[in-house]
Write a protein that binds this ligand. Structure first.
Ligand SMILES: [Fe+2]
Length: 436
């Protein structure tokens, strides 16, 4: 299959344009649903870590204008005076509420004006052109994934707001017990990253062969019940399990359980989008920082997997279960906000990798031991601020997407990254260990 076929399902350029138009409509419906709230809710800053929701809303339209209208369509700026407000590098999140941002009604009007012109560009553009922004509809994949990524950020903001009634929940399949808690991955060479997934980001490229010694990896993400054992065993009070920076961070911030958890007598409760409920034992733990994940792993006599180990456990496919797009059937993974929570351990046996590792995609982002670094032969495309400026030893890599991640914005090669203290994202982890 060629690049283009992989995106099209062999439907030809017209089919690709139809698919892009449908995906653009779906993502916008999603963004508007998360911002279907009163103006106060949208302009307020719910946490200094996050932008006001109305910033995200106008920002996705501005990004779409920059890339599709100006870069590809050659169209003059619609509102050049607002560009700097929505440039994520010009104003840190904590300063965004004091900017003269577009109000909610104006933001909706602006992004819908951009979108109308984007559909005109889509109609005209040659998706078989050799230019890498046009080829295979890359620029549309870029803005689609970007908007879905901001939708997930908006969900994190809605969770931080603790306001009930704004985020819909849903049904998930039941969990099932695991026969063997760990899976052995034999030593050998595997191909990491991709040259062929059409809408992959620059940081997922190029594909390269690497050798890994044999290792064990948890079949499923660490559950709340397992994590609770660490908490109850005094894990947060014992510096033996923590890296010095992590210990200092936890002490300074009074961290003694995952974010949103509180203890009432013998019962642990959590707040989830404004609902208070007992912590469900069989769900993957979420809202833990990299430092907490790392401390748990040491306490458990294990370690976090490297991102190469995580990716190898997927079995060298676009998704652990094969090439079938998870957007079309809900059989394989908990993605795309089917419900506003991770699914219980063992809920998706059909989504297992060829090695039998489960729930790699969806449910919770998984912290890995790796820093966010370029692959050998990395080439920046289409701009430095997507990946390149973040490379180094500042951010840890997360893999696999969460329940809030849309199917078109995740795959086995997809790399996310964040500060090791980050907790408001929908992140958990699984453990690994080397062969003895
Ligand atoms: Fe952005």
């Amino acid at each position: 299959m060629t690049d283009l076929d992989a995106v099209l399902g062999n439907a030809g350029p017209t089919g690709l344009k139809e698919r892009i138009a449908a995906e653009l409509a779906a993502v916008r419906e999603r963004s508007l649903a998360y911002t279907d709230a009163d103006d106060d809710m949208l302009v307020r800053q719910h946490s200094p870590l996050m932008s006001p929701l109305v910033w995200d809303l106008a920002h996705v339209g501005n990004y779409e204008e920059l890339w599709v209208l100006r870069e590809v369509g050659g169209i003059e700026p619609l509102r050049p005076e607002i560009d700097h407000l929505y440039d994520a590098f010009k104003h840190p999140r904590k300063d965004r509420p004091s900017l003269p941002l577009l109000g909610p009604a104006e933001a909706r009007k602006y992004i819908s004006g951009v979108r109308g012109r984007v559909l005109d560009v889509l109609d005209q553009v040659d998706l078989a052109a050799p230019d890498p922004l046009r080829s295979g509809g890359y620029v549309f994949g870029l803005v689609l994934q970007h908007e879905h990524q901001h939708d997930e950020t908006m969900l994190a903001t809605l969770q931080l707001s603790r306001r009930p009634g704004l985020v819909r929940d849903g049904e998930l399949p039941p969990g099932r017990p695991a026969a063997e808690p760990e899976v052995h991955i034999p030593a050998g060479v595997f191909t990491m990253g991709t040259d062929t997934v059409a809408w992959a980001y620059d940081n997922e490229r190029p594909a390269h062969r690497i050798y890994l010694p044999g290792y064990w990896i948890d079949r499923r993400p660490v559950t709340n019940a397992a994590y609770l054992e660490f908490v109850e065993d005094g894990g947060y009070r014992d510096p033996r399990w923590w890296l010095p920076q992590g210990w200092e961070w936890a002490e300074r911030n009074g961290v003694e359980a995952p974010l949103y958890w509180t203890r009432d007598g013998d019962t642990w409760w959590r707040v989830r989008f404004g609902r208070e409920e007992p912590v469900p034992p069989d769900e993957p733990v979420q809202h833990v920082s990299w430092y907490e994940a790392d401390a748990y792993a040491r306490w458990a006599g294990k370690r976090l997997p490297t991102e190469a180990e995580w990716e190898k456990a997927c079995g060298g496919r676009t998704y652990p279960w094969g090439e079938a797009d998870p957007g079309h059937l809900g059989r394989w993974a908990n993605l795309g906000h089917r419900a506003a929570r991770p699914s219980p351990a063992g809920a998706f046996p059909d989504g297992a990798s060829p090695y039998g590792v489960e729930q790699l995609i969806g449910d919770v982002w998984e912290w890995t031991d790796s820093w966010f670094q370029p692959y050998p032969g990395y080439r920046c495309f289409p701009y430095e601020e997507y990946s390149k400026v973040f490379f180094g030893e500042t951010y840890r890599v997360l893999r696999g997407g969460s329940w809030a991640t849309h199917p078109s914005a995740v795959r086995t090669t997809f790399r996310n990254w964040d500060y090791p203290i980050r907790r408001q994202i929908f992140a958990g982890f699984r453990c690994a260990r080397s062969e003895e």
